[in-house]
Ligand binder design. Structure first.
Ligand code: SAM
Length: 472
């Protein structure tokens, strides 16, 4: 039996256990009795084991699949309501010493423009992001100890938190940088980061090593154990992900759930978020070369099954996905999306000239933040710019406790409505504002505590006086 309590990658991600789980899922994919039992357990909203979830992912029974989708939707509603948290990526540097076969930043790519933002450029980029209405960023960088050492990343974080422009502010900086040491994670924690995000790319060791032939990222164990070190360094919120398209999706789906189980068992708190990136076309990268691409249908099934298996985790879908595909998965479990993203180093303040392509991948959803916000509201979602949990110290297990308490309606929902109203007041187009004001009025009914409701009404009525920071 594999050992979830061990901090060793090859034990908590046991290859044999994954293979056995996949064989079990294959054997039982039409086993109505077992699938019913798993669904009954899932309805308790306490999650599923990786093996049970693998059976649901493989399930071929049409009526049971409909039940899976309906349950995912219900769990999403129960835990996260109709709120969708908004964020944008900010690419700091595409210098990289790794040889990742799927990423245009790989060291052998000589025709991509290499760039690294100066602190002055960061001020410009972040001011542009604030002018769109963003409050939450995910910092991205290649791995390069000379060009992007931890000191550079820390300096960027300090600059970003220090930028106050009109009513804008970046209030939560999440960080997606290469696996590093406990000491460096502690520095990131002290710099006030929100979530530390690191995608595993694939949990299959042999494929992982082939896909990362050179550079520090080649070390499977060091990469896979990064979240343990991040948590040892004091980071409470970690974000997992695999890059779908690189390897067999059933293997990586099972692997990521085992990783979540390991963190829960070994560190007492599971992943704060799980991202579901899919491989995209990019400079020097043709996704068709990798023959593990997944259809939109399988992608939706993965989202639904993760939602059921890890009910408390936030789930992120980026602009790698088109508007249509995002529409298909939002209700199945997604709680955070990016909007108006640029995957180039620079490009928010001024568009990047074509001859200077520094982008990481082609974006499928090119809409403005205003368009994305309006689109969400037209589908009755509440776009949220809230960052209160992190600033109130509700991270790690404290956030999970709030989620499980059912008091989210009197905490997250009011915060979402107040931050949405701030967005509408400060940044939205007239058309978006009209739709938003109607939605906020309707959504006030969700708040159950009369005192909270009164406070929110008071805040909303006085928002034009400039107050921007009251939160529950
Ligand atoms: N350099 C850091 C690392 O090694 O983890 C992380 C930053 S990288 C900018 C962010 C993520 O983009 C990677 O972890 C990978 O999953 C994803 N990515 C790389 N190439 C991609 C592509 N062609 N299409 C979609 N996503 C890609």
């Amino acid at each position: 039996m594999y050992n979830v309590m061990s901090p060793k990658a090859e034990e908590f991600i046991s290859h044999e256990e994954i293979l056995e789980s996949l064989a079990y899922a294959e054997k039982n994919k039409n086993n109505r009795k077992l699938i019913d039992e798993i669904l009954t357990k899932a309805r308790e909203r306490k999650g599923l084991s990786h093996r049970e979830a693998a059976v649901l992912l493989d399930c071929e029974l049409e009526d049971k699949n409909q039940e899976i989708y309906a349950l995912a939707e219900q769990i999403k509603k129960d835990f996260y309501g109709n709120r969708i948290v908004m964020f944008a990526p900010l690419y700091l540097s595409n210098y990289c010493v790794n040889g990742c076969e799927y990423c245009p930043y790989h060291v052998k790519n000589k025709h991509i423009a290499r760039k690294k933002l100066t602190q002055e450029e960061i001020v410009k980029e972040v001011t542009a992001l604030q002018d769109m209405g963003h409050k939450r960023l995910a910092l991205e960088a290649g791995e390069d100890p000379v060009n992007n050492p931890i000191e550079y990343i820390l300096e960027c974080i300090k600059t970003i938190y220090g930028i106050k422009h009109k009513n804008g502010a970046i209030r939560r900086v999440n960080v997606n940088i290469a696996a590093t040491t406990v000491e460096n994670y502690r520095k990131l924690k002290d710099a006030g980061i929100g979530t530390y995000i690191l995608f595993q790319e694939t949990y299959h060791k042999e494929s992982y090593e082939k896909l990362h032939p050179t550079g520090p990222k080649h070390d499977y164990a060091y990469h896979t154990e990064a979240m343990d070190r991040a948590m040892d360094g004091g980071i409470d919120d970690v974000g997992l992900g695999v890059l779908y398209g690189l390897n067999n999706y059933r293997y990586d789906f099972t692997g990521i759930l085992m990783h979540a189980e390991h963190l829960e068992a070994y560190k007492g708190v599971g992943p704060h978020t799980i991202s579901v990136p899919r491989l995209r076309r990019a400079d020097d990268i043709d996704p068709d070369v990798f023959d593990n691409g997944i259809s939109d249908e399988i992608f939706a099934k993965i989202v639904a099954c993760i939602r059921i298996a890890v009910p408390y985790t936030g789930m992120i879908v980026s602009t790698r996905e088109s508007q249509k595909c995002r529409e298909k998965v939002l209700h199945l479990g997604i709680s955070q999306i990016s909007g108006a993203s640029r995957t180039s180093v620079g490009g928010y303040a001024e568009p990047e000239p074509e001859e200077e392509n520094s982008a990481q991948f082609d974006v499928s959803d090119n809409r403005t933040l205003d368009e994305v916000v309006r689109w969400l509201m037209e589908m009755d979602y509440v776009p949220s710019f809230c960052t209160a949990c992190y600033r109130e110290g509700r991270t790690g297990d404290r956030f999970m406790t709030l989620l499980k308490s059912g008091q989210i309606v009197n905490c997250c929902h009011p915060n979402a409505l107040m931050t949405l109203k701030e967005y509408l007041e400060d940044y939205a187009s007239e058309e978006t504002r009209v739709i938003g004001d109607k939605l906020i009025e309707k959504e006030m009914d969700v708040i159950t505590n009369p005192k909270v409701k009164e406070k929110v009404r008071d805040y909303l009525a006085n928002i034009h006086n400039g107050e921007r920071d009251f939160r529950f």
